[in-house]
Design a protein around this ligand. Structure first.
Ligand SMILES: Cc1cc2nc3c(=O)[nH]c(=O)nc-3n(C[C@H](O)[C@H](O)[C@H](O)COP(=O)(O)OP(=O)(O)OC[C@H]3O[C@@H](n4cnc5c(N)ncnc54)[C@H](O)[C@@H]3O)c2cc1C
Length: 386
């Protein structure tokens, strides 16, 4: 893929990460998942090389770059067949929110560990009765003397078992109006009253999803990240990087599937020429390549706007990038499986499991329909139906 819109440093980062990814690749991840382990070796090597904290401030052990660089890391690991899903939450959402809105103590306590990969943080916003409508979340934080008491439920939260803590989106009651404001709390994994139940997903991923219960979880005053009155702004400071990173995850996966299909189509011969000579096989692969390139361009735009400090424009671009990348990924994976015929469904070629995996980026962190709603209302000014 061409990299015309990237700086020399970004291109160098891309090829260095690609080389690391190649050393691990799909076989490594397949084995990790089969053994019920986590990709610890890849995680710590990527961290040691400075890739996981590339977006975090230098003063706290990070690389001092931005989401543009972090998305390059995730895309390239994914293109090699070994993406690290926790990158979407730990350095991208949690690291960003703490770096931008945390207190000096919170930054010192968390950022060096998030940057060097020795600590991870999960992120929990989704609730069973709210789903796409996050305005409806009911996890509530109440002040009790010098402490906070959190009560609520979360669902589909990734990596809670391996994360040292989870950044939980709750709400506090406005003393004057009684209305509920979104707020972010760092909840340690072993906090009393913080329960988790693994959800049995049909996904061959190392990172598991959990349903969480918060039952009178008592937290110190400094568990609150940022200002109680600026919750929404702070939340979106983390959600836009999450969308950019989900786009990177999807583009990486789409590229991986496409490269396997192209390899196969060049070799497999059942008539006179390899199947890749038939346009019914070649054109959809070419289309996927174009669509992944276009999605990456939008992702680069979103990352650029975010890193330039334009949160509003970055929001629109990050939504569009996530949409474009997810759709390109789903289509590329589908076509890759089809290109391999029966082999597309064998364990040996390992592409069929990507059919489920590719759908994740269409659903999470914000579904295809919610992005179309956003663009209909926010960009085009059309009326709302809900
Ligand atoms: C593998 C995986 C990992 C995840 N990890 C995390 C995580 O770490 N942290 C976290 O907080 N969450 C996580 N999630 C949750 C994810 O963000 C949600 O699944 C997603 O936001 C959708 O919510 P929902 O599943 O409740 O779907 P629902 O909101 O119930 O939506 C169901 C369907 O209805 C459609 N729909 C809903 N409202 C409308 C509307 N107004 N107009 C048109 N269509 C509509 C949706 O597009 C969707 O197709 C994860 C999910 C998955 C699958």
């Amino acid at each position: 893929m061409t990299t015309l819109v990237e700086t020399e440093e970004q291109k160098a980062l891309r090829s260095a990460v690609a080389a690391l990814g190649k050393r691990y690749g799909r076989d490594y991840l397949t084995k990790v998942v089969a053994d019920g382990r986590h990709p610890d070796e890849l995680w710590s090597e990527a961290a040691k090389l400075g890739y996981l904290g590339v977006n975090l401030p230098e003063a706290y052990g990070g690389g001092g770059c931005g989401i543009a660089e972090l998305s390059i890391v995730l895309e390239e690991l994914g293109a090699a067949g070994s993406p690290l899903l926790m990158m979407v939450v730990s350095p991208a959402i949690c690291g960003t929110v703490i770096a931008r809105f945390g207190t000096e103590e919170q930054k010192r306590a968390w950022l060096p560990g998030l940057a060097d990969g020795t600590r991870t943080m999960a992120f929990g916003i989704t609730e069973p009765d709210a789903g796409s409508n996050s305005h409806r979340i009911t996890t509530t934080a109440r002040r009790d003397g010098d402490t906070w008491l959190l009560n609520g439920r979360k669902v589909f939260i990734s990596g809670v078992d391996i994360a040292d803590a989870t950044l939980i989106v709750g709400r506090t009651e406005d003393a004057r109006t009684g209305s509920l404001k979104p707020c972010l709390f760092i909840v340690p994994r072993d906090a009393d009253g913080f329960g988790r139940r693994r959800i049995d997903m049909e996904l061959h991923g190392a990172e598991k999803q959990f349903e969480l219960t918060l039952d009178d979880v008592r937290l110190p005053a400094d568990a609150l990240v940022g200002d109680e009155d600026a919750g929404l702004l702070q939340l979106f400071a983390g959600l836009n990087p999450e969308r950019v990173m989900t786009a990177a995850f999807a583009i990486g996966m789409g590229r991986y599937a496409l490269s396997r299909a192209v390899e196969y189509a060049r070799e497999r011969t059942v008539w006179k020429a390899p199947i890749g000579a038939h346009q019914a096989i070649a054109h959809p692969l070419a289309q996927s390549h174009i669509e992944l390139e276009l999605a990456r361009l939008m992702m680069q735009k979103a990352a650029f706007l975010y890193d330039s400090g334009d949160d509003i424009a970055a929001g629109e671009a990050a939504n569009m990038a996530k949409y474009a990348a997810a759709e390109a990924c789903v289509k590329a994976v589908d076509q890759a499986v089809h290109t391999l015929g029966g082999n597309g469904l064998t364990r040996e070629f390992g592409l069929a499991s990507l059919i489920t995996a590719s759908r994740v980026s269409r659903i999470a962190p914000v579904s295809r329909e919610m992005i179309l709603n956003y663009v209909s209302h926010q960009t085009l000014g059309l009326p709302k139906s809900y």
